[in-house]
Design a protein around this ligand. Structure first.
Ligand SMILES: Nc1nc2c(c(=O)[nH]1)N[C@H]1C(S)=C(S)[C@@H](COP(=O)(O)OP(=O)(O)OC[C@H]3O[C@@H](n4cnc5c(=O)[nH]c(N)nc54)[C@H](O)[C@@H]3O)O[C@H]1N2
Ligand SMILES: Nc1nc2c(c(=O)[nH]1)N[C@H]1C(S)=C(S)[C@@H](COP(=O)(O)OP(=O)(O)OC[C@H]3O[C@@H](n4cnc5c(=O)[nH]c(N)nc54)[C@H](O)[C@@H]3O)O[C@H]1N2
Ligand code: SF4
Ligand SMILES: [Mo]
Length: 785
């Protein structure tokens, strides 16, 4: 539904407010003031959230702005702190308060004039009263405020005593993909140089790690091969496991535009009838966990019907024979039986992809958060390769990355157990020498074996092999698979330090909590899903006694005896330039000089290199320059329904909330939508179990149990339910499992959990309450045009 199609009642509310606000403004200000100041909050209410933000709050924004002391309003261009689309906007601030944001098309290479609801509205958390503003230390199970000196000393003591007694590998460090590239670079340096371990990882493991492992071993880089232009102009999209309108709204808008204006073909494969399905030429409902099956089915159909690109396969790839052999068993009948895709849909999709002049393969977590996630990526990469749809301006692979900086801070910068910055393996002696020399270490001091992945850190802690952790900017209690397991681990650690902007549910377990600046108080860079490195600029001074993440890490390093002496993130970037070839020419000065905040797409090999809008034009990033296809033949997910657990739960996101809610739960507008957990359930399933809309359900898996509220809707198939991941109470991770993990990437199988349901408390007061709620079916129209 577009903003203009909102129900009249909402329009009236917004329109009414706008009329009054404009009246106020016009009484008191001149035209120029109106242009500069009123527009941001006009923009604020013009969107869907006009009805969600109370008039009280809008008027207080208007009042603050309405002092009309224009010279006191600061405007800073920066990059969005939510998702990896990489939108940029101006932030309007006054006296340390964030008033609002406004897209500035001159400084927004990716989004132009668009942002989504989160970029537009969800920044109240920054000035929230319950921000962490002072370090905290725990004494007799209670937190008390401490000085930075005391808190940092306690962290050093906590980490050092474990290292003394059990060795450096008894410590696990978690870096934050919410933080900048520079923050993450120093964090990996801290792990390796100061602590002496490769036990460092971040949320990419819970996210696209299978994409990274799958793509890096086939085509070279664990990243999207294309840029936004391809997403705007390609002739064909295969989108799978991506709820694009809710998770990457600005990209969704570009895709919908291309479909509408240029008749681009859109194929959507997903277990849920998400909004993208409504724009699709073909929507195919997938059985959760059977992606390898239908993708291999497409490959088989294409090869069988001679629709593959023989020249491309011959000249640019290896492994075709093995793939062709492996897909033999994935007949249309087998695909229908296992993955639920009818033969005619398989045929139509295969022919559409193979016959298109250009095609982009888009995916997100529905494809990767599986016990065989890496195989799913092999399969989709094989499909791109056998059709020759990669290495061109409008064709390629396009995983939509998650956190604002998971591409850069979660990968490129090397806070990873296996790689130095720039994906240089830690097991290669040459790389170890290079980094040891740069850090002035003895070569032998550089840890040489791969460290624990996050998921393995939690398993190792259970076994007593990890004794202490330092978690920056992750809310592991809620985001790790199986909250029950995560709780036990966090509770059992000998020492835990957490660095965050709020006292999160995870931080409650900590011995020391360090208060970091938020994105809007930070300088540095983020790297978007399309490999754009972009500037992040401080819009307000650090709140309270908070410090930037990199500075906290540097102060800790100093207490351990390492004097790094960086005085600004741009200096950290200079070190990155020297050691990370793909960032060789990315300097803050250059990004600033571009005038648009930095549309430089890596690899940028040196200062004269213009960046790389799309990858693999001539060669793949492998030792022989060829793409290496890997066969993938796993069919089943790790668990399948039985009598005790007859339904399949998938988990994911909603538009208005972000992950564990630390930021969006503090935004009153977002909280008027999806403020607590719910279970999407098909009307047939509801009928079968006697469930009415609004009932509280007991939901039990083989790994845990929880209660959540029923929302009857046609979005899921009968036999499947969906629960969002955002909530501690009633959220999906009360039911998910910590093992098995995907082999190569060690990612969890968040997307498939067998469950049973029972009504705990009925809300039924009308005979037709088992009908889909209009609200929840409308969710299939959830978007943010
Ligand atoms: N509003 C909002 N936006 C976000 C975030 C947020 O928390 N809130 N988080 C950001 C992050 S870190 C990430 S990683 C992205 C995630 O972005 P998405 O991956 O798009 O988000 P999910 O809701 O997890 O949705 C995954 C999709 O996979 C489908 N799916 C489930 N199981 C399967 C399966 O077995 N096979 C297939 N093919 N599909 C399946 C679901 O129905 C859903 O449509 O979003 C980013 N953007
Ligand atoms: N069941 C299920 N579980 C999932 C998923 C799923 O689809 N299903 N998705 C998984 C995915 S893809 C992801 S990415 C993870 C996300 O899991 P998390 O990364 O744990 O989720 P967030 O809530 O984004 O946590 C980020 C933390 O960083 C803090 N923060 C924000 N800005 C800063 C900063 O500048 N500095 C510091 N130090 N801290 C900051 C926030 O307050 C918050 O506590 O969840 C995973 N869990
Ligand atoms: S699409 Fe992502 S980057 Fe763009 S405004 Fe929304 S949350 Fe921010
Ligand atoms: Mo993610």
């Amino acid at each position: 539904m577009s903003n203009n199609e909102r129900p009249d009642t909402e329009k009236e509310g917004v329109a009414g407010f706008m009329a009054r606000a404009k009246e106020m403004a016009s009484e008191q200000t001149k035209e120029t003031a109106n242009k500069r100041v009123v527009r941001p909050f006009e923009h604020k209410v013009s969107g869907f959230m006009g009805n969600a933000i109370s008039e009280g709050r809008l008027f207080s924004i208007a009042d603050a702005v309405g002092d009309y002391q224009l010279n006191k309003i600061d405007v800073t261009d920066t990059t969005c702190e939510y998702c990896a689309v990489g939108c940029r906007f101006d932030v309007l601030t006054k006296d340390g308060k964030v008033l609002g944001t406004r897209p500035n098309h001159e400084k927004s290479p990716i989004n132009g004039i668009s942002t989504c609801v989160k970029g537009k509205f969800a920044h109240s958390y920054v000035n929230s009263d319950d921000r962490l503003t002072q370090p905290l230390v725990k004494e007799a199970d209670e937190f008390r405020e401490a000085t930075w000196d005391e808190a940092l000393d306690r962290v050093v003591e906590g980490l050092d005593s474990i290292r003394e007694e059990h060795g450096a590998d008894a410590l696990g460090l978690v870096a934050s993909s919410k933080a900048t590239n520079e923050d993450n670079y120093v964090m990996q340096r801290f792990a390796r140089e100061v602590i002496g371990t490769n036990n460092i990882d971040n949320c990419n493991r819970l996210c696209h790690a299978a994409t990274v492992s799958g793509l890096s071993s086939t085509v070279g880089f664990g990243a999207a091969s294309i840029g936004v232009e391809a997403l705007e102009e390609t002739d064909c999209y295969l989108i799978t496991g991506s709820n694009t309108t809710e998770a990457h709204p600005v990209i969704a808008t570009k895709i919908k535009q291309n479909v509408k204006d240029n008749d681009a073909e859109l194929l959507v494969f997903d277990p849920r009838k998400i909004q993208m399905a409504e724009y699709a030429d073909q929507f195919s409902r997938v059985e959760p966990g059977y992606d390898n099956t239908w993708i291999n089915g497409l490959i088989r159909y294409i090869i069988d019907n001679d629709l593959h690109d023989e020249e491309f396969i011959e000249e640019r790839t290896t492994g075709f024979e093995q793939v062709a052999e492996t897909v033999e068993k994935f007949t249309p009948e087998f695909v229908e039986e296992k993955a639920g895709i009818p033969p005619e849909e398989l045929k139509h999709a295969a022919e559409t992809i193979a016959n298109a002049d250009s095609c982009v393969f888009c995916w997100t977590l529905g494809l990767v958060e599986h016990s065989h996630g890496t195989e799913n990526i092999y399969a989709i990469a094989n499909l791109a390769l056998i059709t020759g749809h990669i290495g061109e301006p409008k064709s390629g692979v396009s995983p939509f990355r998650g956190q604002n900086n998971v591409q850069g801070g979660g990968g490129d910068m090397g806070p990873l157990p296996n790689n130095f910055p720039g994906y240089q393996p830690v097991t290669d002696p040459e790389n170890r020498k290079k980094f040891a020399d740069a850090y002035d270490m003895d070569r032998g001091e550089m840890p040489d074996k791969e460290g624990f992945r996050i998921t393995d850190m939690f398993l190792a802690a259970e076994q007593g092999d990890i004794k202490g952790m330092f978690i920056q900017g992750e809310n592991s209690l809620i985001s790790e698979p199986n909250i029950g397991h995560a709780r036990e681990v966090l509770d059992e650690l000998d020492f835990l330090a957490v660095q965050d902007i709020f006292l999160t549910d995870t931080a409650e377990f900590a011995d020391v909590v360090l208060p970091a600046t938020s994105s809007l108080e930070s300088n540095g860079t983020y790297t978007s899903s399309t490999r754009h490195v972009q500037l992040v600029k401080r819009a307000i001074d650090p709140i309270g006694n908070t410090k930037p993440d990199w500075k906290i890490t540097q102060e800790l390093a100093k207490r351990f005896g390492y004097d790094w002496n960086f005085s600004h993130p741009s200096e950290i970037m200079e070190e990155i330039n020297d050691l990370t070839p793909i960032y060789g020419g990315v300097t803050h000065e250059r990004l600033e000089a571009l005038g648009d905040g930095g549309g430089l797409q890596w690899p940028v090999w040196d200062e004269d290199h213009p960046g790389t809008p799309y990858l693999y034009e001539e060669q793949f990033q492998t030792t022989d320059g060829l793409a290496h296809m890997h066969p993938a033949d796993t069919v089943e997910p790790s668990e399948t329904p039985d009598e005790a657990y007859p339904l399949v739960m998938t988990s994911g996101r909603v538009l208005y909330q972000y992950h564990t809610g630390t930021m969006t739960f503090r935004e009153e507008g977002d909280m008027s939508y999806s403020s607590k957990s719910f279970v999407e359930i098909h009307p047939d399933t509801a009928k079968e179990y006697g469930v009415s809309n609004g009932d509280t359900l007991d939901i039990t898996s083989r790994h845990g149990e929880t209660q959540s509220m029923a929302e009857i809707t046609h979005r899921p198939s009968p036999g499947e339910i969906f629960i969002p991941m955002h909530y501690l109470d009633g959220g999906a991770n009360n039911l998910t499992k910590e093992t098995p993990l995907d082999g190569p990437s060690r990612s969890p199988e968040y997307k498939v959990t067998d469950v049973r349901i029972a009504v705990a408390e009925s809300d039924a007061d009308t005979p037709d309450s088992t009908a889909p709620s209009s609200d929840s079916d409308e969710q299939s129209a959830k978007s943010d045009d």
